[in-house]
Design a protein around this ligand. Structure first.
Ligand code: PEP
Ligand code: MG
Length: 593
């Protein structure tokens, strides 16, 4: 038995038999892929270029076949877009290779190695998870072309039977799509981030996935039984009988709960005293809407629109966006759909921006709304698309990284222009994300203009506590449980009450039962969560007594550290009558309930 801790990429529990993918993408694309450097003469150039053309044609044929698989599956909409990016990339690579063949008089394999190495290392040096994933795209496309040049099979030749758990160092994007056609029920890898292809595709297919297990292909042999816990990020190879039984029990309970929740309308979510808590879903792709409906959530509190185009080499115009947003609106029906405008900039730059020579250099260090206000054309096109869809659906607009009344007012003016331009009669509701310290100090001016506000605890925590959210470890004491974050949330609730504006919380912590308990105690009545968490959260809220969590929150506000808050939650007696009136709460300046 071996227990391995990794990172949960896609939720759910699954057991199955390990199948190792023998085909692995070369991490470094070196001349060993191509053999000895082979110098050619001018007369060979044409023949070498023709070989490249043939490899390009065959690679495109493969990608076309994958696109046919992906387009038949609504859950793989994102993959279709990725494959078309791969096609463009393949043509660009082939053109550079042919140029190198004729200028350097080297064989086509060597030229391909040097083009790919150059592109990949340029992307590797950029400190961004998104671009690192593009580096993998480049190697994937390069590897495919190389295999066609060398006359070997371009795809993994391992058969993935039904019930298999795929084990690989990393999944190349095209492998991830091929898995959709296979019988794979889980994925375990060494490399791959939560925003990477494996994660996105595993979540779309609804299969558990764990990554970050070092030397995974050496530690797990094909054929062993694996227990994959996509909730905690744990993998057990060759489990004991007790571990297997315990895991199967948990798995069956989850399946039962999921079946119960296959009902679309499961009524409102309420605390024991009847206070309604509105549970909405966070989505990134069109296919995620289905999860929102299946889990009985009352709408979408956050569409991370940048997720739709992270792989895109083509700037999305209003027409393309209108199609996606209206598909989302149709799918969600008469429930609200809160579309957040692109949260781009900084290290979040899709290829259509990072490769665009016209991008304003001064915008690159900006994020969210501030980036959009410099790259106005992009925002204008997006607002046109949203506003058009909002004419016949309950669509709301949410702006990310608002830092005050000034930037927010400009954004609102642009919405109003878009309404006029599309001859609209309906101005959608407009909200501001409160996720920067600046916004905390400008709450009144933002609330005066806003129809609603949404607290992004992921970024609010990172910027308040100087804690990089990408590197946050599970047990890092610097979390949203820090009293400073709790006091900020309370301050937002109190100020929003004064302006009579609804407040929603949409950071990842809103999906955690203990944190949600604190949020409700702090006065939050709307949570936008990761849909797979809905079942557990709804059940936990159903047991909450408002007076008890109010008292807990009051005491948490007075704590001095996140550890103290955790201890308080761990030790709390949640039975209604014992708690009420028993605690005397120390006063906390500016944080009273
Ligand atoms: C947040 O910051 O909490 C949030 C929900 O936005 P994102 O995670 O997309 O930055
Ligand atoms: Mg954010």
């Amino acid at each position: 038995m071996e227990r391995m801790e990794g990172m949960a990429l896609s939720t759910g529990l699954v057991s199955g038999v390990a199948v190792k993918l023998s085909y692995e993408l070369q991490r470094t694309f070196s001349s060993s892929n191509a053999g000895e450097a082979d110098l050619i003469t001018k007369t060979d150039v044409q023949a070498e270029c023709e070989r490249m053309d043939l490899a390009l044609e065959r690679s495109k044929r493969d990608l076309d076949a994958f696109a046919t698989i992906a387009s038949d599956k609504p859950s793989l909409t994102a993959a279709v877009e990725m494959l078309s990016a791969h096609m463009t990339m393949a043509s660009e690579i082939a053109a550079s290779v042919k140029q190198r063949v004729s200028s350097d008089l080297v064989g086509v394999e060597n030229a391909l190695v040097s083009v790919i190495s150059q592109w990949a290392s340029r992307l590797q040096q950029i400190d961004s998870e998104y671009l690192r994933e593009h580096e993998m795209d480049v190697r994937d496309v390069g590897q495919r072309m190389m295999r066609h040049l060398l006359g070997v099979s371009p795809n993994s030749d391992v058969d993935v039977p039904v019930g298999a758990i795929v084990v690989a160092r990393e999944l190349i994007p095209s492998d991830a799509i091929a898995l959709a056609e296979s019988g794979a029920v889980g994925i375990v890898t060494e490399f791959g981030g939560t925003l990477g292809h494996t994660a996105i595709i595993a979540r779309s297919l609804g299969i558990p996935a764990v990554s970050g297990i070092s030397n995974v292909t050496e530690r797990i042999a094909s054929g062993v039984t694996l227990l994959v816990d996509g909730e905690s990020g744990t993998v057990i190879a060759d489990p004991t009988e007790i571990q297997f039984d315990e895991f199967t029990g948990r798995m069956n309970r989850l399946i039962d709960q999921a079946d119960e929740k296959n009902v679309i309308d499961i009524g409102p979510c309420k605390t024991t005293d009847g206070t309604a808590i509105s549970l909405l879903g966070n989505v990134g792709l069109l296919s995620d809407i289905d999860q929102v409906l299946r889990r009985g959530l009352s709408g979408v509190g956050l569409v991370r629109t940048e997720f739709l185009y992270l792989q895109s080499h083509v700037r999305p115009d209003a027409t393309a966006q209108r199609i996606v947003y209206s598909q989302m609106a149709d799918a969600i029906g008469d429930r609200p759909l809160t579309i957040r405008t692109f949260d781009l900039g900084g290290e979040k730059l899709p290829p259509f921006l990072s490769l665009d020579p016209h991008i304003t250099p001064s915008s690159l260090h900006l994020r969210g709304l501030r980036f959009s206000l410099v790259e106005r054309d992009l925002l204008r096109e997006q607002l046109m698309a949203i506003v058009q869809v909002a004419q016949s659906a309950d669509v709301r607009i949410l702006f990310p990284m608002v830092i005050g009344g000034h930037d927010f007012a400009q954004a609102i003016a642009m919405v109003e222009e878009a309404v006029k331009e599309c001859d609209g009669f309906r101005r959608p509701q407009i909200g501001a994300m409160i996720e920067t310290p600046a916004a905390l100090f400008c709450l009144d001016e933002i609330l005066e203009l806003a129809d609603f506000v949404t607290i992004g605890t992921n970024d609010l925590t990172q910027y308040l506590l100087a804690a990089d959210r990408e590197l946050a470890a599970e047990k890092d004491p610097v979390t949203a449980m820090h009293p400073a974050v709790l006091r900020a949330i309370r301050q937002i609730v109190v100020t929003a009450e004064r302006w009579d504006r609804p407040v929603c919380v949409c950071g990842e912590e809103a999906s955690e039962t203990e944190f949600a308990e604190l949020l409700i105690g702090l006065g939050i009545r709307e949570l936008s969560i990761s849909p797979p968490r809905a079942i557990a959260l709804r059940a936990a809220i159903g047991k909450i007594d408002l007076a008890v969590v109010g008292e807990l929150a009051r005491r948490a506000l007075a704590c001095r550290s996140p550890q103290e808050v955790r201890q308080l939650l761990a030790a709390a007696d949640r039975s209604p009558f014992l708690n009420q009136g028993q605690h005397s709460s120390p006063p906390v300046p500016g944080a009273s309930l």
